[in-house]
Design a protein around this ligand. Structure first.
Ligand SMILES: Nc1ncnc2c1ncn2[C@@H]1O[C@H](COP(=O)(O)OP(=O)(O)OP(=O)(O)O)[C@@H](O)[C@H]1O
Length: 548
């Protein structure tokens, strides 16, 4: 889904800290606040759908984002909402959650017609949303975050002990294990997500909307999340899941609604469908899932890393050759991002040496590295990768001031437009025009833009992190094909991905990082899921790292 706009009720954005989308506009806590769980909401209403969206239409300038969309979500189910990037999922959920007003159509929640003017209204009606970027205060504890603006009170004062008790009870009841006293800033991402869910439960949410909740989770964390979601639906709550991941939809949902170009193109019972059928509905064509690409023909060394250490990485040794993709697998947080950042010049190297096409770049600035032939697709496409307020065309031109695009360091507007048009077409970026702001693009389209821009540098070395996070399957295939073509044109690629299927499909060699070290190296044909999974858990035989 797209980055969330500021909360209309408060003007808050995720970057400002927690938005108060769970609190009515007047600041009063929404229904369900307090020490009672409101699970047993109207048990007679089992046949009344939790949510009905009827004929929802929403148009943005140049884009019909939702076109008479009907969506019925039954109480007690996990309902997956799928569709390619830009299909209109985010828009539809924003309408449901009171963040956008539809041009036409009706929203019904638990049988009652609802025209929410703000997320606070939606929350009061029993809806809750976990956004992709969490809205928590890092400096507060878990308990303080959960009860924020809905604190239990005693004689008018916040009752801290009751707050802690309440969080512990909720956590226990729903298998959401957290320490109420832990500081949120110290917690890993999977635990923060639990805090978000607890926050919604504390406010009595009966229908939870989760926006790509597993994008940042390890496979084990994702499994744990689905267990929690299933227990929530078992007790009568409802979950709407927006996701691109077919596997988790197949394993974890009851029904699937597929959007394409703003319209509903399929309503499927999960038990009666297949990944191929969903993929075909999403893209309008047959898609080859989880393809393993044939290996490349490696040439000379391009990147040589000898004993590199930086904060979070110890003694890394690796080489990437021309015409080769080296993949780094690992559970998030084992030093992969730090290694890539050190190679990109964003983090000081404390020991060791880095060479690029024979030149020592160990202590070179990020800008010098670019000149020496390095392109970089960072993990965080919003904060690091793109300028949201600038146009698509300007974003695509960034970093091209010293390339063939520029005339003496100046970028002629016509060249910028033509460059943009070419890349938008090559990467299938859905934008109404190259002049629209990057912030109007859906998340996946922003990613296509970023990858297109970096590949266009034709640099001998590409560092790429999570290239297909949040990207729909059609676009995944396109991005994978582009990376393989880049390799086959003789470039070196170092790929970090949390998706094992992606690493296995693309990489000619796979390195595994564990606790800041490269602990294993496998050629493509030995990099099966089980072997990689063991190494990622720290159980690799130590000799396997030779030849990294
Ligand atoms: N504020 C806006 N202004 C202009 N166009 C917009 C705006 N928000 C969304 N759009 C456009 O509406 C269409 C639907 O976008 P939406 O974000 O709902 O898609 P999505 O299915 O959530 O995509 P993704 O999976 O990539 O997040 C896209 O073409 C998008 O560019």
């Amino acid at each position: 889904m797209t980055p969330q706009p500021p909360d209309p009720a408060t003007g808050d954005t995720a970057a400002d800290g927690p938005a108060t989308d769970d609190t009515a506009a007047d600041g009063t806590p929404a229904e369900g606040t307090g020490t009672h769980d409101t699970t047993a909401h109207n048990p007679t209403a089992h046949d009344t759908p939790a949510v009905e969206l009827l004929g929802i239409t929403k148009e943005f300038p140049g884009t019909l984002a939702n076109d008479r969309v009907d969506l019925t979500v039954r109480r007690g189910e996990i309902h997956a909402l799928m569709g390619e990037n830009g299909a209109g999922k985010s828009t539809l959920m924003s309408v449901l959650y009171g963040m956008l007003r539809p041009d036409a159509g009706t929203v019904r929640v638990e049988g009652r017609e609802a025209g929410f003017a703000s997320p606070g209204d939606a929350m009061a009606a029993g809806l809750g949303m976990v956004h992709q970027s969490f809205k928590l205060f890092d400096s507060l504890t878990v308990a303080e975050n959960v009860v924020y603006r809905a604190e239990p009170r005693r004689f008018g004062f916040v009752d801290r002990a009751a707050a802690r008790r309440r969080v512990a009870e909720l956590a226990e009841a729903h298998g959401l294990h957290v320490d109420p006293d832990a500081r949120v800033g110290d917690l890993p991402v999977g635990v923060r997500q639990r805090v978000e869910i607890l926050k919604l439960l504390h406010r009595g949410a009966r229908t939870l909307i989760l926006d790509e909740p597993t994008a940042v989770l390890t496979p084990a964390e994702a499994d744990a999340l689905f267990a929690v979601l299933r227990s929530l639906t078992d007790e009568g709550r409802t979950v709407i899941l927006v996701t691109h991941k077919l596997r988790e939809v197949m394993e974890g949902s009851d029904n699937v609604t597929v959007l394409r170009d703003g319209r509903v193109v399929a309503r499927l019972r999960t038990a009666d469908t297949s990944p191929d059928e969903i993929a075909a509905a999403m893209t309008g064509r047959a898609v080859e899932l989880d393809r393993i690409h044939p290996p490349g023909t490696p040439g000379d060394d391009v990147l040589t890393v000898d004993g590199l250490s930086t904060d979070g990485v110890h003694d890394a040794q690796l080489t990437v050759r021309a015409g080769e993709i080296v993949g780094i697998a690992g559970v998030a947080g084992n030093g992969q991002s730090e290694l890539i950042e050190a190679l990109a010049g964003l983090r000081p190297v404390t020991a060791g040496q880095v060479g690029l096409s024979g030149r020592d770049i160990t202590h070179a600035s990020a800008a010098r590295r670019r000149l020496a032939g390095l392109a970089y697709v960072p993990e965080d496409r919003h904060a690091v990768g793109t300028a949201p307020a600038a146009s698509v065309a300007d974003n695509l031109a960034m970093g091209h001031h010293r390339t063939s695009l520029s005339r003496k360091g100046v970028l002629p507007p016509k060249a910028v437009r033509e460059h943009a048009r070419g890349l938008v077409e090559r990467f299938g970026v859905k934008a109404s025009s190259p002049q629209v702001a990057a912030s109007a693009l859906s998340g996946g389209n922003l990613q296509k833009l970023l990858i297109g821009r970096e590949l266009a540098h034709d640099a001998p070395l590409l560092l790429v992190e999570q290239p297909t996070r949040g990207v729909d399957i059609g676009a995944v295939q396109n991005i994978h094909d582009q990376l393989i073509a880049y390799r086959d044109a003789g470039h070196a690629v170092l790929l970090v991905s949390a998706e094992l299927s992606e690493i296995r499909g693309l990489a000619d060699r796979v390195l595994v990082m564990y606790e800041g070290r490269i602990v294993a190296s496998y050629p493509k044909d030995e990099a099966d899921e089980r072997t990689l999974g063991l190494a990622m858990a720290g159980a690799a035989p130590t000799h396997s790292v030779e030849g990294a």
